[in-house]
Design a protein around this ligand. Structure first.
Ligand code: ASP
Ligand code: MG
Length: 443
């Protein structure tokens, strides 16, 4: 059995869904379980409409329903196929408008419709084209989560629940087309795993069902040495280790949701990143023990819109417990920290959550002077040879200096496979190509 996950651009329209059908049909012997995202743009449209509804400025769902229906019509789906879901969307938006607020719970509820609609259209289309398929909402296949809206995770007993539900509900010879991204809590309330969470659905399902492989189908030739949108010369990486891929996903490489690899690591399942537009391309295989490679670097990734909070206290010198106080305060304000750098007299931390850092600031002033800077990017150079190859730091710094990029902050741990740097958002367009050329094209 294999799990094949198709992202929003892979199921954007009829032409793309045709490609998906050929890819799935060709894998029929491997007993595919398909996990699908919403059609490209539908989740965004749902969320935007819900925010508009909360301030009484929505269109009642007209635009998003038209967007969905145009895909459904192009696939030849019956006009009534999605009518019950459309009615539910209209009702929900009306409710949000009436109460004038959008709670995390309502936001998950409205966000869930994209996947629920796309799987129904795709399965309907496949079946009419002669590929036996059936749509499933993930919760009907045992996908029960905790109640953390916007970042829900499976409850204990998940693998057994999934195995039992698949055995009971998916008929032999039928390809299940399962919603990514969504689940329900024990009380039956809809939850989501977080934006781009369909990758995680796929790896969780794959791990629970002991799949031979989890395939993530997207629109690049696997994981690339840099964002091909900025670096046209970026190359596909044939093999990677789980930890390298995890660093890259975490530090902004857009191809994989950062949590995707955990379930796969636990079950040692190969995750393959593939291109729906070039199904013959081998893409990237991510595993525990890929073939040896002698190059030190794997890829350059970046994450924009980060905020840096710095706390400076000259008397921190030789004091005990300063960092403990700082991190306790961060935790109390729910700030998720990505990068840390310290000197004798200051500590800087980064987060994407500006509001959380702002809310910490008054409490931090008790420990020293504070400085909050928005508009920063984390730049990560990832590779398994980084901590064993002399001269790498010099190459990285030299490349950035050559591109006239100022390094605002820098962190590199013992035995780490990742050099992280902070630069201004505006420097990314210069920094990434310069680093890529210096590291991958030679000097
Ligand atoms: N449709 C969801 C999103 O846009 C989940 C996904 O695409 O993976 O975030
Ligand atoms: Mg996506």
């Amino acid at each position: 059995m294999i799990v094949m996950k198709f992202g929003g651009s892979s199921v954007a329209n009829r032409a793309q869904i045709e490609k998906v059908r050929h890819i799935v049909a060709a894998a029929k012997d491997r007993k595919p379980v398909v996990v699908s995202s919403a059609h490209k743009g539908v989740t965004d449209a749902l969320i935007n409409t819900a925010h508009a509804a909360a301030v009484g400025e929505d269109d009642g769902g007209t635009a998003v329903i038209e967007k969905q229906q145009s895909v459904a019509t192009s696939l030849g789906c019956d006009a009534g196929l999605l009518e019950p879901l459309y009615a539910e969307i209209r009702d929900l938006l009306r409710g949000i408008r009436l109460v004038g607020e959008l709670s995390p719970r309502s936001l998950d509820y409205i966000s869930s419709f994209g996947e629920r609609m796309s799987v129904r259209c795709i399965a309907d289309f496949f079946a009419r084209e002669g590929l036996q398929a059936q749509a499933f909402d993930a919760w009907d296949l045992g996908f029960i989560t905790d109640g953390n809206f916007g970042r829900a995770r499976p409850l204990p007993g998940f693998p057994e629940r999934l195995q039992a539900a698949f055995a009971q509900r998916v008929p032999q010879g039928v390809v299940p087309i399962v919603t990514g991204f969504v689940g329900k809590n024990e009380a039956g309330v809809i939850t989501t795993l977080g934006r781009n969470g369909s990758d995680l659905t796929a790896s969780l399902v794959g791990a629970a069902l002991r799949a031979e492989e989890v395939q993530i189908w997207s629109d690049t030739n696997g994981v690339m040495t840099a964002d091909p949108g900025i670096v046209a010369r970026a190359k596909s990486i044939p093999h990677m280790r789980f930890d390298e891929a995890a660093e890259l996903a975490f530090f902004g490489s857009r191809v994989l949701h950062p949590a995707t690899l955990l379930p796969a690591v636990e079950q040692d399942i190969v995750v393959r990143v593939l291109n729906t537009n070039r199904p013959d391309h081998p893409g990237t295989a991510i595993s525990a023990t890929p073939p040896e490679r002698d190059d030190a670097f794997t890829s350059v990734a970046y994450k924009e819109n980060q905020t840096v909070l710095t706390i400076s206290e000259p008397r921190m010198f030789e004091s005990v417990g300063f960092l403990a106080k700082v991190f306790t305060t961060l935790a109390e304000h729910g700030a998720v920290i990505d990068m840390v750098a310290t000197s004798e007299v200051s500590v800087s931390v980064t987060s994407h959550d500006t509001a959380a850092l702002q809310s910490c600031e008054p409490a931090m002033r008790e420990f020293g002077d504070t400085d909050l800077r928005e508009g920063m990017s984390i730049l990560a150079v990832v590779g398994r040879g980084i901590h064993t190859t002399p001269g790498i730091g010099a190459r990285v710094m030299k490349a950035l200096a050559g591109a006239k990029v100022n390094i605002e902050m820098h962190s590199f741990g013992m035995a780490s496979n990742n050099i992280s740097l902070v630069v201004k958002d505006g420097a990314i367009a210069r920094a990434v190509p310069a680093l890529h050329d210096a590291l991958f094209e030679g000097e």
